[in-house]
Design a protein. Structure first.
Length: 741
């Protein structure tokens, strides 16, 4: 049950449970043996967990419990006298070579029962009679460290739920859970009850200032409430997928210090992977820019490289989640000894007195939603707002910067609405305000491109097409937006923390309501502006939805035929990061390491379907290439192109080229009517049977003298004879669309 499918409404699953085990009884009927929570989401993550949606569709009281930083354990009765203890995904097996989450959970349950003078049969009898699954968080640093440390008195199983083993989500009150924990010896999960959504927002905002509650660092809170009766008219996108009266959970997660600590952990694992690749090379420059935005993380990365070289034994079990906290504590002590103590907790949510003015700097590519968010923020808070696309001058950059600085004379906050995807764009704003009095800070709204390029292109292309002609220059009817988007995606330079004063991470996949709420919360937190009413936020979103540019440039002359030759070939663009997928199985492989060092791993992977040269070669003799070309052209030109899914089979290579085989192309969505289904049928039949056996992604070639087309012959020969080096990828499934390139 793929996690992303839980976001769909209506759900494709018969139950929204995440963590579900069934058993077949003697009479052949299946029943639920273990039932986890329904998948629940963070604020702004889906349409029904924005603050306005929660205000409209839930009722109190609201019980907030600490979001434990461990792994989930389920305890249920398999029979009236036998317990079943599992993690989210699996049970313990007597043949396991190493200790598992379920096995450690089982050890803790036995300890609690022994301390209470009870037996497993006693607990099983109660769970069986009441048809319950007990849900706990395993927090045991001696077994597996996460991000936040747990002292001895809080090590063990934190009980936080008692779920009915039913299709629908039915869970006990927190008071009942606490009583059960007391009776059976589990650790209680700390909680607080609040009467209204406004009280929840105020309480969590206060905790977010320090990333802690009662002086203890926390990741966030799980909030329990109930679904309110639906009004006669409501937006289905913002309504929870449950009937009125149902239990309803959502999360309020804090960014710091949790996210910074997590980045340190991931950075360390990446450096250890570099070191263990057989080359012994570790380089901070090779780390993803998305992980290096904080100055503290950059300092940590440089320190930990030296520390790994100085004391490699301290990192022997780091990739197995052992020693994470000790390493972090050593770094914090090191910085403190230098007089450079790390600010592990964010500053209070007040206006920073060292700044008098603020420029909000979107960092994005076309189609991210930066202008819509900017329009909404301008309406909600009265910020100044100026757009680069409104500038008609040939040399637009200096005019745009002047427009920003002019607005600063009359506004404390100005939105510099431009993609700002290059460092020089951000630098121009910094330089222009360097001598300002009062000082000006740069607050970035950063739509980072940390998902595969094809995913970014698909999301942004859909949005450009949806807005149609409602843009100053980039309009879908001109037929150039595909290439323009690829240009921005490939040319974008990741934002570094040192370039701006504050960074707010936006989410490319979020809808407008969620994106606006994320930006609003950030402005309240960073700038200290008053919290707007839900009505005011809704007005801002509506303003953005109805936005029409003040300037619409005329369409340019249609290109001549010689300048518009159309696609040279059609391909599927898989939404996949090859380095991320292939890195673990190919670690230490010489050819793969050589491709990485030479930066010859394809950054825009594709699966070639048909080349125009094949169409020309047929010259009336055959029709297969012509028909496939026509089908691809139809998909490429569709207003709503279908999404396909396919399996990455094996990585295949020799000493010249590396490729990944592609199997089983099918429609990703339900249904199957139309051009997408016709295309899939053809691949299995009249024009694709032979091609389907040759389909592949070219990962990279040894050097510029080796043509990528060699990968096709390599895959064909490997499928026929098995003569090549190969590693199976064990069912990696990706999605993608057909595009003309």
């Amino acid at each position: 049950m793929l996690e992303q499918k839980y976001y769909q409404v209506p759900s494709p699953f018969p139950t929204l449970a995440r963590g579900l085990f069934t058993v077949e009884d003697a009479d052949g009927k299946h029943r639920i043996a273990v039932r986890g929570y329904d998948k629940f989401f963070n604020i702004g993550e889906v349409g029904w967990t924005t603050w306005p949606a929660i205000e409209a569709h839930t009722t109190g009281p609201y019980t907030l419990s600490l979001k434990s930083n461990g792994c989930i354990i389920f305890i249920a009765a398999l029979t009236p006298d036998k317990l079943l203890i599992t993690s989210k995904h699996r049970m313990r097996s007597t043949t396991d070579d190493k200790v598992t989450h379920a096995g450690v959970g089982e050890t803790w349950v036995r300890k609690y029962l022994k301390d209470k003078g009870r037996t497993e049969a006693d607990l099983a009898a109660v769970l069986w009679e009441k048809n319950l699954t007990a849900v706990a968080e395993l927090c045991d640093d001696s077994f597996e460290e996460h991000v936040l440390a747990y002292p001895p008195e809080l090590t063990g199983l934190h009980l936080h739920g008692l779920n009915k083993r039913t299709k629908g989500f039915m869970t006990a009150s927190h008071a009942e859970v606490d009583a059960f924990a007391e009776e059976w010896g589990f650790i209680k999960t700390v909680s607080i009850e609040l009467p209204t959504v406004a009280a929840v927002r105020a309480f969590t905002a206060d905790c977010a200032k320090t990333g802690s509650w009662n002086g203890v660092p926390v990741e966030g809170f799980v909030v329990r409430s109930h679904v309110a009766p639906f009004p006669p008219k409501y937006d289905a996108r913002s309504a929870p997928p449950y009937p009125a009266g149902s239990s309803f959970f959502f999360k309020v997660k804090f960014g710091e210090p949790y996210m910074m600590y997590r980045d340190w952990r991931e950075v360390t694992k990446m450096l250890l992977t570099m070191r263990n690749s057989g080359k012994g090379e570790m380089s901070v420059k090779k780390l993803p820019q998305s992980k290096m935005k904080r100055a503290e993380t950059a300092a940590y990365a440089q320190w930990v490289v030296d520390e790994i070289q100085r004391d490699p034994a301290a990192f022997a079990q780091y990739t197995e989640n052992k020693g994470i906290i000790a390493v972090r504590e050593r770094f914090l002590a090191h910085q403190a000894s230098k007089g450079e103590a790390v600010a592990v907790l964010p500053t209070q949510s007040t206006v920073d007195k060292t700044f008098g003015k603020t420029i909000i700097v979107p960092v994005a590519v076309p189609g991210c939603g930066k202008t819509a968010v900017s329009v909404a923020l301008s309406h909600i808070f009265g910020f100044g707002h100026t757009q680069s696309d409104d500038v008609l001058s040939k040399k637009a950059a200096p005019v745009f910067v002047k427009n920003v600085t002019d607005l600063l004379k009359t506004h404390d906050v100005v939105i510099a609405d431009k993609n700002n995807h290059l460092r020089q764009h951000r630098e121009q704003l910094r330089v222009a305000t360097a001598s300002s009095n009062p000082p000006v800070r740069l607050l970035a709204l950063n739509w980072s491109l940390d998902v595969p390029a094809a995913t970014v292109h698909r999301i942004c292309t859909d949005r450009v097409q949806a807005r149609g002609t409602n843009h100053q220059t980039l309009r879908a009817n001109l037929g150039v937006h595909d290439d323009v988007l690829w240009f921005f995606i490939t040319q974008s330079e990741g934002l570094a923390a040192a370039e701006v004063d504050e960074i707010v991470e936006m989410n490319l996949g979020e809808g407008l309501d969620e994106a606006v709420q994320r930006a609003v919360d950030a402005c309240v937190r960073v700038l200290g502006v008053p919290v707007p009413t839900l009505e005011r936020v809704k007005e801002g979103v509506d303003k953005a939805k109805g936005y029409v540019p003040a300037v619409i440039r005329p369409d340019p002359p249609a290109p001549t035929k010689s300048k518009n030759k159309g696609p040279r070939y059609f391909a599927l663009l898989p939404e996949v990061d090859l380095i991320q997928v292939l890195g673990p199985p190919l670690q230490g492989t010489p050819f793969w390491d050589a491709l990485l060092r030479a930066k010859r791993v394809e950054s825009r992977p594709h699966v070639t379907l048909v080349h125009f040269s094949e169409v020309e070669a047929e010259k009336g003799v055959g029709t297969q290439a012509k028909e496939l070309w026509a089908r691809c052209q139809e998909l490429h030109s569709a207003a709503a192109p279908p999404l396909f899914k396919f399996k990455l089979g094996s990585v295949v290579w020799d000493d010249r080229v590396m490729a990944v085989t592609v199997d089983g192309i099918e429609l990703a969505a339900e249904g199957g009517a139309g051009a997408g289904a016709t295309f899939v049928e053809g691949l299995e039949g009249k024009y694709g049977k032979q091609r389907s056996g040759e389909m592949h992604i070219t990962v990279g070639t040894r050097d510029g003298d080796v043509k990528p087309v060699e990968a096709r012959g390599l895959v064909r020969e490997w499928r026929r004879t098995g003569k090549a080096q190969a590693v199976e990828l064990n069912g990696v499934v990706v999605t993608g669309r057909v595009k003309g390139l």
